[in-house]
Design a protein around this ligand. Structure first.
Ligand code: 6PG
Length: 632
């Protein structure tokens, strides 16, 4: 929204302009800032400005208005006494004019009451003489307090519906939070939530009503009206569940959109569905942006990590807005980047979540082992994690785990009242099937998905635990002796989780020629997202296509020094009855990857034995296929 407040000196333009800018969350400009040097010199010498002198001044303000419109709007105060001046400023239909008028004596009285009052009565009279009645806009009489004038102005602006910059579909936790984040950053936003009688009624309006401080929001339940409320080309962000709901929404939305409009899918959609949708919208000249968003409710509201991919032209339409609402990295750069074509934005979000699953599971395994193997209290485990979090092991997930271990409900640990069955929405499993499709070893992160599956079989676990008398055994050794090893094991397990995920991303990127930039991807994951951590900062700084992940600076040393600790910890855990799926898969995976002579000769021999599948020989580098009649 662009608002221009005009009036002769003394009408209180600046006071009202500043109040409006604050309420509308828009930047505030005063006409005095735009005078060229020559005009300032002339005015200082007491010479009046000619209409010609005013041309560059008006042009500078017009340029600013054009710029401000692109970035969400502004409030400008300017005397703009003549209609010809106002015409030069009328660069957009989005401008709303508020013209302050009033009785000459009242203006004079108010001016005289000002502290640094310097104007002569004659000057005021000459301004009033120059003032032309505006042809358009709202004439507002200055009788009344600044607050009353502000309310009157806001009512006027409300009665002049403005085309909104963005539309958000879906007022669930994420949609609502992102919409409010946009509004707070000065992007006017239309909110839409479907109407389902008795179930979903007045949802978008409720968001508007509960957040009266955002006067740049409008609510809709009618999709056509929602679309009509948006500036063209339209920018629409869908925050609705992945899967069939996205296609269904596109089916209803696309017929009422136009060429060059942009639709963003900010949910956790499967990247292959997103690729299909990019093509679907491209066929009718529309843009589609499959966009990963990480950070949960708080991130979405205050600054998420954002991973848009797909149509690059579409990205350019929202680059500025996304930069404003995203988290910022340690150098203040927005945690958003154009990831790449097709479904690459959703693809990297899927792998992000897979790493998230692995990181969560390792922490769950450690909490269990420390509490029931080493006999630590929840407070002690929290203390250990907090201490680790002070150094290079710092991570958001470590931090929240330390925190939740202290959370009490009626004096008792809430954690112990939570049913031990983990939910999942699909991203972890999709990563695993994608890894299988591309032939990428994925066991550590695959185990984090499997572990959630096993946890779901609660009744069977309870029954089996009785049948097989399975119990945890207490560790004999002291915690103090083990603690450095546990720390090293944790650190290495995390490195392995990340290596597995990054390897999958690199392979798919190369195969699909997406040219993903992993320094940039890890940079936008250093803040705002769930897997933000010290390790991610290290990856962002040191990732290179020419060095393997395990040999990367800051990683190689830990692979060398941590493997014994991880193996020992896994051994200890298993022999004491603890399932440690991700940590044990991690050390198996690592040993497998760094073993020169693997056991696969046996597999090849077996295959050739029973099925004549042939094998190659170490002493024949030509790759020739050999077959042996084994049973003769
Ligand atoms: C994020 C999260 C988020 C995800 C939840 C739940 O980055 O903010 O990854 O997108 O939806 O973590 O996922 P599951 O239900 O599959 O655990």
């Amino acid at each position: 929204m662009l608002v221009i407040v005009t009036g002769v000196s003394g009408t209180g333009k600046s006071t009202l302009g500043a109040l409006l800018a604050e309420r509308l969350r828009l930047p505030f400009f005063d006409a005095d800032q735009f005078h060229p040097e020559a005009n300032i010199a002339k005015m200082s010498a007491g010479q009046p400005l000619t209409d010609e002198d005013r041309i560059p001044w008006l042009q500078a303000m017009a340029d600013q208005l054009i710029k401000s419109e692109k970035s969400g709007g502004a409030v400008l105060t300017c005397s703009a006494l003549k209609n010809s001046y106002r015409e030069r400023l009328a660069v957009s239909d989005a401008i709303r004019w508020i013209h302050l008028t009033g009785d000459r004596d009242l203006i004079w009285e108010r001016m005289s009451a000002r502290k640094n009052h310097f104007m002569k009565a004659g000057m005021l009279d000459s301004q009033i003489a120059l003032w032309e009645k505006p042809m358009t806009g709202y004439l507002l009489d200055i009788t009344g307090t600044p607050e009353q004038l502000l309310e009157a102005s806001l009512n006027y602006l409300k009665s002049q519906p403005m085309k909104m910059k963005m539309g958000v579909i879906g007022m669930g936790v994420m949609g609502k939070s992102l919409a409010l984040n946009l509004a707070e950053k000065g992007v006017s936003v239309s909110l839409y939530n479907r109407f389902v009688a008795g179930k979903e009624e007045g949802i978008a309006q409720k968001v508007v009503d509960e957040n009266p401080e955002f006067s740049n929001t409008q609510a809709f339940e009618d999709l056509q009206k929602f679309v009509d409320s948006l500036e063209k080309p339209r920018r629409i962000l869908m925050m609705i569940p992945a899967g069939a709901a996205i296609d269904a929404q596109l089916d209803t939305l696309m017929p009422i959109l136009e060429k060059d409009d942009l639709v963003i899918d900010g949910g956790n959609s499967f990247y292959k569905d997103s690729e299909r949708r990019v093509e679907r919208l491209k066929e009718v000249g529309m843009h589609f942006l499959p966009m990963g968003v990480s950070g949960g409710e708080e991130g979405a509201r205050k600054g998420p990590s954002i991973m848009p991919g797909g149509n690059a032209e579409g990205y350019a339409m929202v680059e500025d807005f996304l930069g404003r609402i995203s988290a910022k990295d340690k150098d203040g750069k927005p945690c958003v980047t154009y990831v790449g074509p097709g479904g690459s934005g959703h693809f990297i979000k899927m792998v992000h979540n897979s790493i998230e699953y692995g990181e969560m599971q390792v922490l769950a395994e450690l909490v269990h082992l420390l509490r029931f193997g080493f006999g630590c209290t929840p407070e002690k485990v929290s203390e250990i994690f907090t201490e680790w979090g002070q150094g290079e092991l710092k991570s958001f997930l470590l931090e929240i785990t330390a925190d939740l271990l202290l959370f009490k409900e009626n004096g008792e640990l809430l954690l112990d009242k939570i049913l031990d069955q983990a939910g999942q929405k699909g991203t972890g499993a999709w990563s695993l099937t994608t890894a299988l499709e591309y032939g990428i070893p994925y066991s550590p992160l695959a185990e984090s998905v499997n572990a959630r599956g096993v946890s779901g079989e609660k009744a069977m676990r309870v029954a089996f635990s009785k049948t097989f008398h399975h119990e945890f055994k207490k560790v004999e050794g002291s915690l103090e002796t083990w603690l450095p090893k546990i720390k090293a094991a944790y650190s290495l397990a995390r490195i392995i989780n990340h290596e597995v995920g990054f390897r999958l991303m690199k392979t798919v990127s190369d195969t699909k020629d997406w040219k993903l930039n992993f320094n940039e991807i890890s940079r936008i994951w250093t803040n705002g997202c769930i897997i933000r951590s010290g390790l991610m900062e290290n990856i962002s700084a040191n990732y290179s296509d020419s060095v393997s992940f395990f040999e990367m600076e800051g990683v190689k040393e830990q692979v060398i020094s941590g493997r014994k600790s991880l193996a020992e910890l896994v051994g200890l855990g298993l022999t004491h009855g603890f399932a440690l799926p991700v940590m044990s898969a991690g050390i198996n995976y690592l040993f497998g990857r760094i073993t020169a002579e693997s056991s696969a000769s046996v597999i090849q021999a077996q295959r050739d034995y029973f099925g004549a599948h042939t094998y190659q020989r170490k002493d024949d580098p030509s790759g020739k296929a050999y077959h042996t009649e084994w049973s003769k």
